[in-house]
Write a protein that binds this ligand. Structure first.
Ligand SMILES: Cc1cc2nc3c(=O)[nH]c(=O)nc-3n(C[C@H](O)[C@H](O)[C@H](O)COP(=O)(O)OP(=O)(O)OC[C@H]3O[C@@H](n4cnc5c(N)ncnc54)[C@H](O)[C@@H]3O)c2cc1C
Length: 381
């Protein structure tokens, strides 16, 4: 019996499991480890923050998917990995060994603690879910007139989309409370890597929402708040993705910033029995940390894991450098951008909504059918 271990309920692993559910492979025992069975789909996170979706509507149920694939589901977290021996230690103390390991654990952020403010980190998404639910409960219990001061840090897609989404939600939940909003970015403009037209349109949307934009500006946790002293201060932390830290990963080749270095078969460059995909992996020519790459690596990862297990030939992955991005603006509208082009409207939101819902639905029904197309999504800073 060959042992395949999937670490992380990421976008690519969802596709691996769906494929194994459709075409089981005798003689292969699959184990899936991730802290939570419900894995949020990143493209729908801004819509969930805005209140357009319930949390369960934006999630893939990995426990159900594992069951369908005949895999063992383990709700736990890998805290150490001996890549030479392919041994993993889980937070519970369990040790798992495998013949083939695939890592799809995403990325994280390490925001500063800020005196007198509540900091919501946009990654990992599981932590964001808990922090957001707690915030909504607390806000409901606060006095009606208390001002809310909202600062988003990071001018990429996650920063602008989450600021607009959170602003929409708070304005609806707390209509009587003064709400100020601003966005800080160290970059010279919004949406680095995207078209100037899209950035210009996003400036217009933020201005219409009353959100000030400060470019070439970092966040200073020591600076006194620009808001009234009694305001509820919220900081949305959406800066560039950082690698998870695992003790004992030292023999696995990683970039200077800690991302697992992979080749064009999505294998670790140092350990051929270890694959890594999505945000946690670093391609030779680094890709933006965007879900669209994790999604598109899924079919190649599936094929290459099968090839390693004796079924078929491996395939190389060639990333698409230009793709359609649909940026939600919090008001059931969106900006669609591709290359130098950009256009906005309610039609773009309906388009995004239908692609995203289709993607999620593909994991709940017709197991084994091809996905309805990779969700278009923006590269992040
Ligand atoms: C607000 C927001 C909006 C975004 N919108 C878009 C968008 O529209 N389009 C787009 O392309 N990208 C978007 N992104 C970027 C996107 O979130 C990431 O690029 C994407 O989620 C990466 O996918 P992944 O499969 O690598 O990992 P993830 O989807 O992050 O999945 C990683 C999984 O691994 C699990 N895990 C983590 N650590 C461990 C561990 N030690 N052991 C076991 N399991 C572990 C996690 O719990 C999680 O289930 C957005 C990001 C944010 C924050």
């Amino acid at each position: 019996m060959k042992r395949l271990l999937l670490v992380g309920a990421g976008h690519a692993h969802a596709q691996v499991l769906r494929d194994f559910a459709a075409r089981p492979m005798p003689g292969v025992a699959i184990t899936v480890v991730s802290p939570s069975a419900l894995a949020p789909y990143s493209g729908m996170v801004p819509g969930w923050l805005a209140g357009h979706y319930r949390f369960d509507e934006i999630c893939i149920d990995f426990e159900a998917l594992s069951r369908a694939a005949g895999a063992t589901w383990v709700a736990d977290e890998v805290i150490a990995f001996d890549a030479d021996q392919r041994m993993l230690m889980l937070r519970s103390g369990t040790v798992l060994g495998a013949d083939l390991v695939s890592i799809n654990i995403g990325s994280t952020l390490r925001p500063p603690a800020v005196d007198g403010a509540r900091v919501l980190s946009l990654r990992p998404l599981g932590d964001l879910h808990r922090a957001w639910e707690a915030l909504l409960a607390d806000l409901a219990a606060q006095p009606q007139g208390r001002p809310i001061d909202l600062t988003a840090v990071g001018g990429g897609a996650a920063g602008v989309e989450s600021l607009l989404a959170v602003r929409t939600r708070l304005a609806a939940l707390c209509p009587g409370r003064p709400l100020t909003a601003r966005l800080l970015t160290r970059s010279p403009d919004l949406l680095p890597g995207m078209s100037r037209l899209a950035a210009r349109q996003m400036h217009g949307v933020l201005a219409a929402a009353g959100a000030a934009v400060h470019t070439n500006t970092g966040f200073d946790e020591q600076a006194p708040p620009a808001s009234p002293a009694d305001a509820e201060r919220l900081v949305l932390w959406a800066t560039g993705a950082q690698a998870h830290r695992w003790p004992g990963r030292s023999t696995l080749a990683a970039s200077e910033t800690g991302f697992i270095r992979i080749d064009d078969h999505l294998r670790s460059v140092s350990h051929p029995a270890v694959f890594a995909v999505g945000d946690c992996a670093q391609w030779a020519d680094p890709l933006p940390k965007a879900g669209v790459y994790a999604v598109r690596m899924g079919p190649v990862l599936t094929r290459n894991l099968r090839a390693c297990l004796g079924d078929g030939a491996p395939q190389t992955y060639s990333p698409q450098r230009r793709f359609l991005a649909l940026l939600a603006t919090g008001d059931r509208r969106a900006i669609a951008t591709w290359g130098p082009f950009a256009a906005q409207g309610a039609w773009a939101w309906r388009w995004k909504d239908s692609i995203d819902r289709g993607f999620i639905a593909g994991f709940a029904r017709d197991r084994g059918a091809a996905p309805p197309g990779p969700t278009a999504g923006p590269p992040l800073p």
